[in-house]
Design a protein. Structure first.
Length: 57
């Protein structure tokens, strides 16, 4: 696993981007419940950016 991270393979990029999508979606849900619109928009934008990395890699 460490060799995959060090060599920066496309699969490692997709795994990290998937983890980022999950974290940003959870953070966006929490921010939405707290009624923090700016944090919700930022989390949504970062989730879509991470999803784009998954599809491009």
């Amino acid at each position: 696993m460490l060799a995959t991270i060090v060599n920066a393979s496309a699969t490692a990029v997709q795994v990290f981007a998937l983890v980022a999508v999950i974290v940003f979606v959870i953070a966006g849900i929490i921010a939405f419940q707290e009624k923090t619109i700016w944090a919700t928009l930022i989390c949504g934008g970062l989730a879509f950016l991470s999803a784009a990395v998954i599809f491009l890699a």
